[in-house]
Each structure stands twice: as C-alpha cells, then as structure tokens.
Design a protein around this ligand. Structure first.
Ligand SMILES: [Zn+2]
Length: 303
C-alpha cells in the first residue's frame, strides 16, 4: 500500500510517499505561500498528493491544536489561515477520496510517530519526541502507540515549568521549557550572553563554536541543555520514561547540550533508572513529520 504524508509548516510544505513497509518512494517540498489563502493552500496540497500518487490514504501533520474528530485545526498561532477550516473534508473532496481516507494530526505528534516507526525510536515501546524549533513541541508514544489525551495536548513538554521566575511564556505561564530551550530562546540567551556571532538564525555557528573549544558558547549550550534536562525530568517522574528523541532545527545541537541534559535530569530525578535514560537525536530530520503523517493511514485504518 502506498501512503502519502504531508507536513504543513509556516514556510514550507514537505510531503512524500512511502510504502507500508517503510520504503520512501518520493519526496516533494513546496513553499507554504499562506498569503494566498486556505482554498489555494488546499488546492496545492491536493495537487501535491496527486503528484505523489495518492490513491488510498493521505495523512497531514499541522502545527496547532487539532480537533481529530472534526478534521480541523482549532488554534494555530503560526498558521492562522487554516484555523477552523475543515481540512480533512476539503482535501478529501479535492482528491475524490472518502473523508475516512484522509487523516489529520498535530505536527509534533506526527513526527513522534515517524521517529517511532522508522527513526531512532524504532525499538522503543515508550518515548517522548521533543522538537526544539521556534517553540518546543512534544509527542508522546506509550505502549507502542501515540497518546494524545482527550484534548490532543498530551506530551506538550514545552509548557512544563522549569524556572518559576523565568521569562513570561505565550501560554500565560512563566519559565516554561519553551522559553529556555527553544531555538528562539537559545538565540535570545546567546545575545544576552554577549555572543553576537550567534545572532538569531545563527545557531548552527553557535553549535560549531561550542564543539570546537571550551568557551562561552559551550557554557551556554550546556546551560540550555541543563534546562532541557530539568524539563525532561518531569516526564521521567510522571511516566518513568527512558527514551527521549530530540528533533527540530535546534535539536541538531543536542551533542553539545548533552552533558547539561544529563546533569539536569540527575538533579531532579533519582534512582538507578537514570543510567538507562536515553536522550538521542532524531534520525529522520525534516522527513519525520510527513512520514508519521503517512503512517496515520495504517494506524487508523486498523483501529
Ligand atoms: Zn508556556
């Protein structure tokens, strides 16, 4: 069976076709061009799915709060254009497929499914996928399947409070993990630490400097890692999780943050289990979202 997956982002739509055995058949990427409106966006997503050979199943991962039963996104700060649009019904109609063949999921949840299926979580029963991008997203796999909770918001590690006196967060709280360890937070912290070469958008450079030598860049990334570890510790305490998969653009700096991550976890968790906690870099990169979205076609048709 050929599965088509679409990962809708603020700047790009990434999509691909994959067999039910996990063999990638094709990949495509087009600009999101959100300014053209929802109807145009749906037309282009439908064309993309057709180009990829969609016949029986299409899955979509989208940022925001998703209403699975209603096939729409309730709230999406970065993609307001799709809020309340009946994405599943509209795409199904354009593809002449039954609505039951089109599947919708939050993008971080989709990426968690992707990494669990074919990425670095493939041998794990339970894991938390953490994406470090503009914000911090999360997707929770428990007992081998996605656990999204009744409102679809389970696993949102980005809003676990790490520092009660920390920066104010968009969610209304203070010192959330997102405000300390997202790509945006890292840029802000780099500037505050007087590391101008790592100005916003130059986190790759920051990580390179940190790898090259001991210095303020490495200190900063280890400190950010420590905050990340403190956040992950909450998930360990509640769920006894042993596997964390870190993705997103800034997740590429995990190797330099890792000593801090382990310190942060050790500081807030106890027991021999700490030795078996695995914090690993995501393997599928930008493909995780569309691969997980495609996989929805298999998971939901079985349900
Ligand atoms: Zn928050």
């Amino acid at each position: 069976m050929l599965l088509v997956g679409i990962d809708l982002g603020g700047t790009a739509i990434k999509a691909g076709a994959i067999s039910s055995e996990g063999k990638i058949v094709a990949r495509r990427e087009i600009p999101s061009a959100l300014e053209r409106g929802a109807s145009d966006l749906l037309d282009r997503m439908a064309q993309l799915a057709r180009d990829l050979g969609a016949q029986s199943s299409v899955g979509m991962g989208v940022p925001g709060l998703v209403d699975i039963a209603g096939g729409r996104v309730l709230q999406s700060p970065n993609l307001a254009v799709i809020e309340r649009v009946r994405l599943v019904a509209e795409l199904a109609q354009r593809l002449a497929l039954p609505a039951s063949s089109v599947h919708l999921e939050n993008d971080a949840n989709a990426a968690a499914i992707g990494e669990h299926w074919l990425g670095c979580g493939r041998n794990e029963r339970d894991l938390l996928f953490v994406t470090l991008g503009t914000g911090v997203g999360g997707g929770l796999i428990l007992d081998g399947g996605l656990y999204a909770g009744p409102g679809g918001m389970a696993g949102e590690i980005g809003h676990v409070v790490v520092d009660p006196d920390g920066p104010r967060c968009g969610c209304g709280s203070r010192g959330c993990l997102e405000q300390l360890a997202s790509a945006s937070a890292a840029s802000r912290r780099a500037q505050a630490a007087g590391l101008p070469r790592s100005a916003p958008g130059n986190l790759v450079r920051l990580a390179q400097e940190a790898r090259a030598a001991v210095g303020p860049e490495r200190e900063l990334l280890v400190a950010i890692g420590r905050d990340l570890g403190r956040g992950l510790a909450s998930a360990i305490s509640i769920l006894d999780l042993r596997c964390f998969v870190v993705g997103g653009g800034f997740g590429a700096a995990l190797d330099v943050m890792l000593p801090g991550v382990r310190e942060g976890i050790a500081e807030r968790c106890y027991g021999e289990r700490l030795a078996s906690v695995r914090v690993a870099q995501a393997e599928l990169g930008a493909d995780a979202g569309w691969i997980g979205a495609a996989r929805l076609g298999m998971l939901r048709s079985r349900a």
